[in-house]
Design a protein. Structure first.
Length: 431
């Protein structure tokens, strides 16, 4: 198993990231200017925990403006798909995020004036449940004045269900009490693991025949893995073809050797990249068209996962590529190989037929890419887009919104957005 080349080598190359399609869809900030006067968020949630646990956290609201908010506020909480907000209050709506299908959304409409300079706590702690798929999760919170325009803006056309529990209220803190300092945006890490696996291929054909060879990447779970902040590929497959086997057509998500600013290790013919989101049941197939050699015989190559974050199981991280060239006149008509049945797999995932549950919503992110609901569900994926891996069999590269197409027209493979640009993109997520 090879280590992944340094991604820092391509940092700052924003144009390349856009060309790759690894960046999420751009969107306008959903909070109007007056929202800056309202600080809403949690006050005591631990940054690190474990999966399959429930965090009970206090949430607070502070009006930092010089004027009261007279007609109540809208409290907005968004959580990534490994988290769930389990309590259902009668003045809240639960459903999909307006923006991304990998987020869930809670909107609460709390009546009553919010006085200038005043601080409030919610009448109940909020339970944030981390499901069995939780690993690297994000939570966002914001408050806006309750107006028809703000309601329409926050709801969008995302589906939601009204809660049936008690009413959620704001309790004013005593004057002179310490500022609760609510935090409205952060990343949370939950101890978990994922099992990445690669399945090789076996193909047969006549000398000089062009055949298809498919290499498959899978995540066997239980965790989903994402790079929502940096928005770069989670991992790649380093693929070596044997001598005499010529690649005539490579998948769109695979880079030839030694692109500028992203050098391959010796012997790597292609590196194929995943999306910046790998769901707990991800399945991405990379299909090459290759021309067999002119001499009869069997030649072997290899495929290996370049990096496997939170993957303690390495035995299925490599696989063989077997190419059998029949002798002239042997009668073989040629066989195009794939990953079906897991042939020629080193510890691979033989015979698996599962596909990713990530649904691929429209490019504007307005419809959900999966099943919303309790944490740990297999719903949700990146937002829309239809670009897929050649010969793909499901997964984010084939069905969801990250069109991971390397910008190879000028020989460039640009992977990582600069830190400054990433922070600008993250600020758009507020609310």
């Amino acid at each position: 198993m090879r280590s992944v080349p340094s991604l820092a080598a391509a940092s700052g190359l924003v144009a390349g990231l856009v060309a790759l399609g690894l960046a999420g869809p751009a969107r306008a900030a959903e909070t109007p200017g007056d929202a800056a006067q309202l600080a809403f968020g949690w006050t005591d949630m631990p940054k690190q925990s474990k999966a399959d646990t429930v965090l009970h956290s206090r949430f607070a609201l502070v009006n930092k403006g010089k004027a009261a908010v007279p007609d109540g506020v809208i409290l907005s909480i968004r959580a990534t798909r490994g988290l769930d907000l389990t309590q259902h209050f009668s003045n809240c709506e639960y459903g999909d995020s307006k923006w991304y299908s990998y987020e869930r959304r809670l909107l609460c409409f709390v009546p009553g004036a919010v006085e200038a300079g005043a601080a409030y706590e919610l009448s109940s702690k909020l339970d944030v449940a981390a499901g069995h798929i939780a690993y690297k999760e994000w939570l966002f919170a914001a408050a806006l004045p309750d107006t028809p325009a703000n309601r329409a803006e926050l709801r969008g056309d995302a589906k939601a269900v009204k809660g049936e529990g008690p009413e959620l209220k704001l309790n004013r803190l005593p004057e002179g009490a310490p500022d609760p300092k609510p935090l409205g945006e952060d990343e949370f890490i939950f101890a978990n693991k994922a099992d990445f696996a690669v399945t090789g291929t076996r193909v047969k054909g006549a000398p000089g025949q062009t055949v298809k060879a498919t290499v498959e990447f899978r995540n066997l779970g239980p965790a989903w893995v994402n790079e929502l902040w940096r928005q770069r590929s989670i991992t790649g497959l380093a693929i070596d073809f044997p001598a005499g086997v010529e690649v005539t057509k490579a998948p769109a998500h695979c880079a030839p050797p030694n692109p500028p600013d992203f050098p391959s290790e010796p012997g790597v013919d292609y590196t194929c990249f995943t999306s910046y989101i790998v769901t707990e049941d991800e399945r991405d197939a990379f299909t090459f068209e290759v021309r067999l050699g002119k001499k009869a015989g069997t030649a072997k190559g290899s495929a290996g996962i370049t990096a496997a974050p939170i993957d303690p199981t390495e035995k299925n991280n490599t696989a063989e590529l077997v190419f059998e060239t029949a002798a002239e006149g042997s009668g073989t008509g040629g066989t195009t190989g794939g990953t079906t049945g897991g042939t020629t797999t080193t510890g691979g995932t033989s015979g698996s037929t599962g596909g990713s549950a990530s649904g691929g919503s429209t490019s504007g992110g307005s419809t959900s890419g999966g099943t919303s609901g309790t944490s740990g569900s297999s719903g949700g994926g990146t937002t829309g887009g239809t670009s897929g891996t050649t010969g793909g069999s499901g997964g984010h590269l084939a069905a969801t919104g990250t069109s991971v197409t390397p910008a190879l027209g000028g020989g460039a493979l640009l992977l990582v957005v600069s830190g400054a640009a990433a922070r600008v993109a993250a600020k758009r997520r507020r609310g």
